[in-house]
Each structure stands twice: as structure tokens, then as C-alpha cells.
Ligand binder design. Structure first.
Ligand code: CUA
Length: 304
């Protein structure tokens, strides 16, 4: 468990963990044993009269110095395990990691975007952690790394993957209703394969542009395309329908047309379809242009 691992940080983190665990188990056993011994040895039947013991300099020094040393040992291993995590090698491959309710997405320096993080084996990779809305936390247990993703404050993390394979990515900061669905994967592949992957588009040739945009902007994590209810209304068959919406001034009926879709994307809280919660969706005013919204609307029209 300690000899190798999926990333360069596994050894340091596991070592710290086992040292702290070892010290804790040792004291758990020792203290429990001493307690049981004292309970029996000084039981009332044998010692009907309690005596007061006061002051023992030797003991006091021992129980101050030994725990201090132990705590410093834990600190030392924690520190040498943590320090390299904040020192990014100059040749690390930069990747932007975006967190948003409720999905992860990744953007590479050539502009390629993906929903899964794809990295080359044995090469340092730096993730710039960017939140589009609320606090998230990017966690890759197999790599032993976790870092907060905070809006307005750019954070980072780095790693070197040492084993090919697929590993889970979680969000470990409660970020709302579908926090536990905010999952992705990191796929570690040989460098040559990675370079080839980087150059080719993952988007299926016949995929409608509106669908691509909806995937990239995580629309589909809340709005299903097949009629099932998630956090927001499904897009299936919604175009042209009459729906009841809740506004600040009460309820009214609207027809889902180009204008309503546009308004819902720019001001998601203005007219919320009845039965759904307000405040879960952010405005995409700076993120989607008019022509993007047109592509999305065109795609929604086809979902009959
Ligand atoms: Cu994002 Cu929890």
C-alpha cells in the first residue's frame, strides 16, 4: 500500500496517515489497558479509603515532553507530505478545471474541452481550479489530493500520475441538491496517446451544436432530455407548451418560445416553472451569446 501508488503524493500522504494511525492505536491500547488495570487494582473492596496524591515533577515532565515530540513527529511528516503539493514543477501541463453546479469540466491549453480529465502518464499536470458559481472541492482519492474550488479566488493543485487507468473525481464540498452527483473521472494514458487525444475532437461529428453547448455548460445535469424530472424541467417536448410560472408578482401562464428560453437563461429567477425551486440556477448572461442560445433553442425544438 505504501510502496507505490497512482500518483506521486500517495507515498507521503499514506506514510503520514499510518504514522498518525500507529501512534493513535498504540495509545488507545495502552490507555485502555492502564485504565482496566487501575479499575481492578484500586477497586473499592481493596482500597476503601481514597488517598490524595500531589505533585510529581518527573511524571509531569515525561507527559509533557513525550506528547510534544509525538505531535512534532506527526507535524513533520504532515509537512513534508504537504509541502510538495504546493510546489508546482515549472514544466507542469496546465489544465483549467471548472466546477459548477453540478459537474466538472476541463479545458486544455489548445482550447479542447472535456468532461473527463485526461492526462499523460508520468508527467506533472497543474489544475487551475475555477468555480463558476459556489464553493466546490476537487477530490481525487486515488491520487490523495483534494483542494477547494472557490469563486473569485483562483486555487490550484498538481500531481504526476504514475499508473495508467481511470480514477474517480468527486466534489467534496456540499454545493447543493445534486452535490453527490458531481462526479467525473481522470483517465491516465501514455503520453503519445494523450497527444493524439489532445489533437482530435471528442464531439461526435453529427452532434447538434445546441447539444454540445448544453453538455459543456452542464445544462443537462439539471434538465433531462428524456422527460425525467431532475432539478429543473425536462427539455423534452417543452417547446411550444404552455406552462404556469411563478414570478415576483404571482403566477401566470407563458408559452415556451424563443423569448422565454432566452429569458430563462439570462434571468433564471424571473419566471420559474411552477413546481420547481427558484435560485438553483445561475444566470448565463456572460457565458452564452445570442447565437449560442439560438443553437440551444433549435435543439430543444427537436426534442419532441
Ligand atoms: Cu460541487 Cu459539491
Amino acid at each position: 500500500m505504501m510502496s507505490s501508488g497512482a500518483s506521486n503524493f500517495v507515498h507521503g500522504v499514506d506514510l503520514t496517515f499510518f504514522i498518525i494511525l500507529g501512534i493513535s492505536v498504540f495509545f488507545l491500547v495502552t490507555i485502555t489497558a492502564a485504565m482496566i488495570y487501575f479499575v481492578i487494582r484500586y477497586r473499592r473492596k481493596k482500597n476503601p479509603k481514597a488517598s490524595q496524591i500531589e505533585g510529581n515533577n518527573t511524571l509531569e515532565i515525561i507527559w509533557t515532553v513525550i506528547p510534544t515530540i509525538l505531535v512534532l513527529i506527526m507535524f513533520y511528516y504532515g509537512w513534508i507530505g504537504y509541502r510538495p503539493m504546493r510546489r508546482v514543477p515549472a514544466d507542469a501541463i496546465p489544465v483549467k478545471a471548472y466546477g459548477q453546479m453540478w459537474s466538472w469540466s476541463f479545458e486544455y491549453s489548445n482550447g479542447k474541452k472535456s468532461a473527463e480529465l485526461v492526462v499523460p502518464l508520468n508527467k506533472p499536470v497543474k489544475l487551475d481550479l475555477i468555480s463558476k458559481d459556489v464553493n466546490h472541492s476537487l477530490y481525487i482519492p486515488a491520487f490523495r489530493i483534494k483542494e477547494d474550488v472557490i469563486p473569485g479566488r483562483n486555487n490550484y493543485m498538481w500531481f504526476k500520475a504514475l499508473q495508467e487507468g481511470e480514477y474517480d473525481i468527486f466534489c467534496s464540498e456540499y454545493c447543493g441538491e445534486r452535490h453527490s452527483y458531481m462526479l467525473s473521472k481522470v483517465r491516465v494514458i501514455p503520453e503519445a496517446e494523450y497527444l493524439a487525444w489532445l489533437e482530435k475532437s471528442d464531439i461526435p461529428a453529427n452532434e447538434p451544436p445546441g447539444l454540445t453547448l448544453m453538455k459543456q455548460n452542464a445544462c443537462v445535469t439539471c434538465h433531462s432530455l428524456d422527460g425525467s424530472k431532475i432539478v429543473g424541467p425536462s427539455f423534452k417536448g417543452i417547446y411550444g407548451e404552455k406552462v404556469t410560472v411563478t414570478t415576483d408578482s404571482g403566477e401566470k401562464e407563458v408559452t415556451v418560445d424563443d423569448e422565454y428560453i432566452r429569458r430563462s437563461i439570462y434571468e433564471p429567477g424571473a419566471e420559474v416553472v411552477k413546481g420547481f425551486n427558484k435560485g438553483l440556477m445561475i444566470s448565463y448572461k456572460d457565458k452564452l451569446k445570442d447565437e449560442d442560445i439560438k443553437s440551444i433553442t433549435d435543439y430543444i425544438k427537436t426534442l419532441k
